[in-house]
Design a binder for this molecule. Structure first.
Ligand code: ADP
Ligand code: MG
Length: 686
C-alpha cells in the first residue's frame, strides 16, 4: 500500500442509503414520502400569472437566454406559450444549464410565480427539458426524507426499483384485515408513493388516509409482536424464587414511623407476587416525587434478604445513593441487615473492603452508584436489583447489573422513576415492562403554590427567603445547568451565593455544585439537613432524591431554561413537611413560546402525570425521557398520542396471533416481523 495520504473513497449510493437506515429493498419500499408535488397538470402562463403566489407548472419554448451581471451574475431565461411570457431567474447555475436551456428548447417549469419589476417571474424553478406533447405524470410526485448528497431523483429511482423486486404478499391475514377494516398492503404502499391526482391530500398530510392507517397498524403490530416475544423469552429464563416475606419484612414494617398509604400497599403486593415467581421480574415503579418509593423498594429488598439472597440498589448520583444508604441503613441495620456502600469515589482500600463483603455474601444489601456494575464487583447471591431514576441509566448499564446473578439465574429487577410515563408510551416504548403506580401522596403534605416572577423582581424574592428563615423554614435556590460551560455555571452559582450572603447577613447560606468533592458536598448537605444552613444555593445536583422536610421555599433561577420534568422534580424538594410551601420560578424576559407554556403548566398543576402529559404534547414522544434508547427506531409512522386506538388493536391482534403457538400463525408472525423489523428486533430486548 502506498504510504501517501489516503483519500476517502467517494460515497456509494449504498452507503448514502444506509445512512438513512435503508439497507434492504423492503426498507426502501417502506421509506414513505413526507409530502408530494403536483406535476400532473400544466396551466397556461397567463393563468399562472392570474393565480399569482401559488406553485404552478407551466410549459413554454425558450425565447431568450442571457447571463446578466446586474445586480449580480445570474441566468435569465424567458419562455413563452400562446398566452404570454415568463422569466425564469437562476442566481446559481452551471454552464451546462445555460446550454441546456438554449433558445428554441421546450421547458416544463414548476415554481412559485411572482410579479417582479420586469413582469412575471419564477426564481429557481424546478424544470426539465421536454418534447412537445410529452405525457404528464398521472400521480403526485413523492418527496422523500433524504440526506446529504442524495437527490430526490436518485432516491425516487432506488425506491421505484426496489418496488419491482420485493414480495408483495400481505403479512396480515385476510380475516384480520376484514375485521379491522384495513386495506391491503400493496395498494396502500403504492398509493402512498404515487397518489392519484384526485387523492384527498389533506388526509395524506394528516396521515389519516386509510393507506396511512394500514402502515401504522402494521408498524404497531410488529412492535407488539416483538414485545410479546421478548416477554416470553424472559419468562423462560430462571430467577430465584424469593418466597419468604418473613421476619425482616415484618420487623421493618413494624419499625416504620408511619403506615403505608393504600397505593404503597397495593404496589408492595404487586412486587411481592412477582418476586415469588421463578422468572425474572421486570417492573417499573412509578410514583410522583415524594410519593414514597424508597420504602417500597426497601420492602422488596427485605423479601430478597428474608429469602436468603442479596439485593442491590443503584442510584445515578452519589448524593442520591448516599441518601438512600443513610435512610435504609438506619431502618435496617438495627434489624441485623448488613448494608454495604460502593461508589467510585471510595478509596482503594474501602472499595476492596466493600467488594469483599459483597463477594462473601456477608453484605445483604448493597447501595451505590454506577460502581456497582463494574467487572470487579461479584455478588455471592444476587436476587434483586433495584435501579432508582432508571431513565438516567443507559440500557447497557441496567443489563450489566442484571447479568450479575449466580447459578445461571437472572435477578429480579425493580426500576423506579418519578417521571411518569403515559400509558401508551409505556406500552410501546418500554419493552416488556410491567408497571406499578403509586398514585397517592403520603398524608399531611400541604400543596405547593407556584409563581413565575420576572428576575427584575429578585429583591422581593430575597425578602421572601428572609421571611421564611424567620419562621424557622429553609430554602433552596437553584441555579441552572449551563451546558456549554461548566466554569460559567460555577460562576453564576458563586455570584448568586455571594449576593445572597451579602443581602442576608443574618442567615447562613451554603452552596453545593458539581465540582465539589463528594465529602465536601455531603458536609454542606448535612448542615442543611440539620437546619444549620438556611439557604442552600445549588446547581442541579439536588435534582433528585434530596429529602429535607423543613425546606419549604424553592427558588429556581432562569426557570425558562429547564425542562418540565426537571422543574417538577426540583419543585418536589419542597412540600415534604406540613408547612405550606412555595416555589418561585424566576425567569428572564422575553419568554419564548415553549418556555411560556412550561411555566404556565407549572403554575397550573402539581400533578406529575398531568405534567408529563403536557410535556409530551409540547415536545413529542421522541424526546421524552430516555425513550430514544429503546423504541424510537421502531415507530416511524404511528403517533402515540393520536393513534392510541390503533395501539390497542395491534395489541389484541398480536395476542391472537401468538396464542396457542399454532404453526400457521407463527409463520404469519415471522413474516410480519421480518418485513417490518428486519434486523432491528434486538432494540426491543431490553
Ligand atoms: P420518592 O418517591 O420521591 O423517592 P421518598 O421515598 O423519598 O419519595 O419519600 C418521601 C418522604 O416521604 C420520605 O421522607 C419518606 O420517609 C416519607 N414517606 C414515605 N411513605 C410515607 C407514608 N406512607 N407516610 C408518611 N411518610 C411517608
Ligand atoms: Mg426517590
Amino acid at each position: 500500500m502506498p504510504a501517501s495520504k489516503t483519500t476517502n473513497p467517494p460515497k456509494t449510493l449504498e452507503s448514502k442509503l444506509a445512512r438513512l437506515g435503508l439497507r434492504s429493498d423492503m426498507d426502501l419500499v417502506l421509506h414513505l414520502p413526507m409530502r408530494y408535488e403536483d406535476e400532473t397538470q400544466i396551466v397556461s402562463i397567463r393563468e399562472a400569472c392570474l393565480r399569482g403566489g401559488h406553485v404552478s407548472q407551466v410549459e413554454g419554448v425558450v425565447t431568450k437566454n442571457e447571463i446578466s451581471f446586474k445586480p449580480r451574475r445570474q441566468l435569465l431565461v424567458t419562455i413563452a406559450d400562446e398566452s404570454g411570457d415568463l422569466l425564469l431567474r437562476f442566481m446559481n447555475f452551471y454552464g451546462s444549464q445555460v446550454k441546456q436551456m438554449a433558445e428554441g428548447v421546450r421547458i416544463r417549469a414548476r415554481g412559485e410565480l411572482k410579479h417582479g419589476f420586469f413582469g412575471a417571474e419564477m426564481v429557481h424553478p424546478q424544470y426539465k427539458v421536454v418534447n412537445e406533447g410529452a405525457p404528464l405524470p398521472s400521480s403526485l410526485t413523492p418527496v422523500y426524507p433524504s440526506g446529504e448528497g442524495l437527490s430526490q431523483t436518485v432516491l425516487r429511482r432506488a425506491i421505484a426499483d426496489a418496488m419491482k423486486r420485493i414480495d408483495w404478499s400481505d403479512t396480515v391475514p385476510a380475516g384480520i384485515r376484514a375485521k379491522m377494516g384495513l386495506i391491503d398492503f400493496e395498494p396502500a404502499v403504492k398509493l402512498l408513493h404515487y397518489p392519484p391526482a384526485d387523492v384527498d391530500e389533506h388526509a395524506l398530510g394528516e396521515k389519516s388516509h386509510p393507506a396511512w392507517e394500514r402502515m401504522k397498524f402494521d408498524e404497531l403490530l410488529a412492535q407488539q409482536l416483538s414485545l410479546k416475544r421478548a416477554q416470553r423469552a424472559r419468562r423462560e429464563k430462571g430467577a430465584p424464587h424469593l418466597r419468604a416475606v418473613g421476619k425482616l419484612s415484618e420487623a421493618f414494617l413494624k419499625g416504620l414511623p408511619f403506615a403505608l398509604t393504600g397505593a404503597q400497599q397495593r404496589v408492595v403486593e404487586e412486587i411481592r407476587a412477582d418476586l415469588r415467581e421463578g422468572y425474572p421480574m421486570q417492573r417499573l415503579l412509578q410514583g410522583d416525587v415524594g410519593s414514597g418509593k424508597t420504602v417500597v423498594s426497601a420492602l422488596a429488598a427485605a423479601q430478597a434478604i428474608d429469602s436468603g439472597y442479596q439485593a442491590a440498589l443503584m442510584a445515578p448520583t452519589e448524593i442520591l445513593a448516599e441518601q438512600h444508604f443513610r435512610k435504609i441503613a438506619a431502618w435496617m441495620e438495627p434489624l441485623g441487615v448488613k448494608v454495604a456502600w460502593l461508589t467510585g469515589s471510595l478509596k482503594k482500600k474501602e472499595k476492596a473492603a466493600s467488594n469483599e463483603l459483597i463477594e462473601s455474601g456477608e453484605a445483604n444489601l448493597v447501595i451505590g452508584t454506577h460502581a456497582l456494575i463494574q467487572d470487579t464487583v461479584q455478588f455471592a447471591k444476587l436476587g434483586l436489583v433495584i435501579v432508582d431514576e432508571q431513565h438516567r441509566f443507559g440500557v447497557g448499564q441496567r443489563l450489566t447489573l442484571r447479568n450479575k446473578g449466580s447459578d445461571g439465574l437472572v435477578p429480579h429487577q425493580l426500576m423506579m422513576s418519578a417521571t411518569p410515563i403515559p400509558r401508551t408510551l409505556a406500552m410501546t416504548y418500554y419493552a416488556d415492562l410491567e408497571v406499578s403506580v403509586i398514585d397517592e401522596l403520603p398524608p399531611g403534605r400541604s400543596p405547593i403554590v407556584t409563581r413565575a416572577i420576572d428576575q427584575m423582581r429578585r429583591d422581593e424574592v430575597i425578602e421572601r427567603v428572609y421571611a421564611a428563615a424567620l419562621e424557622g423554614r429553609q430554602a433552596y435556590w437553584v441555579c441552572p445547568l449551563i451546558e456549554e460551560s461548566e466554569a460559567l455555571q460555577l460562576q453564576t452559582a458563586t455570584e448568586t451565593y455571594e449576593t445572597l450572603a451579602e443581602s442576608l447577613p443574618e442567615l447562613q447560606v451554603g452552596m453545593v455544585h458539581g465540582r465539589m468533592k463528594p465529602a465536601e458536598k455531603q458536609e454542606v448537605m448535612d448542615a442543611f439537613t440539620a437546619g444549620e444552613v438556611h439557604v442552600l444555593v445549588a446547581t442541579t445536583v439536588i435534582e433528585v432524591g434530596v429529602d429535607v422536610p423543613n425546606a419549604s421555599l424553592m427558588v429556581i433561577e432562569h426557570a425558562e431554561r429547564f425542562g418540565l420534568s426537571q422543574l417538577h422534580q426540583l419543585r418536589g424538594r419542597v412540600g415534604r413537611g406540613s408547612a405550606a410551601s412555595v416555589c418561585l420560578l424566576l425567569y428572564q424576559s422575553p419568554l419564548g413560546q415553549v418556555a411560556k407554556q412550561r411555566l404556565m403548566t407549572m403554575r397550573e398543576t402539581t400533578d406529575g402525570f398531568e405534567i408529563a402529559r403536557r410535556d409530551l404534547e409540547i415536545r413529542g414522544p421522541g424526546e421524552f425521557l430516555g425513550a430514544r434508547q429503546s423504541g424510537q427506531a421502531m415507530l416511524r409512522f404511528a403517533d402515540l398520542e393520536l393513534d392510541g386506538w390503533l395501539v390497542d388493536r395491534a395489541r389484541d391482534v398480536a395476542q391472537y396471533l401468538l396464542d396457542g403457538e399454532k404453526p400457521e400463525k407463527i409463520a404469519v408472525v415471522d413474516a410480519h416481523l421480518a418485513r417490518w423489523l428486519g434486523g432491528r428486533e434486538e432494540f426491543l430486548k431490553v
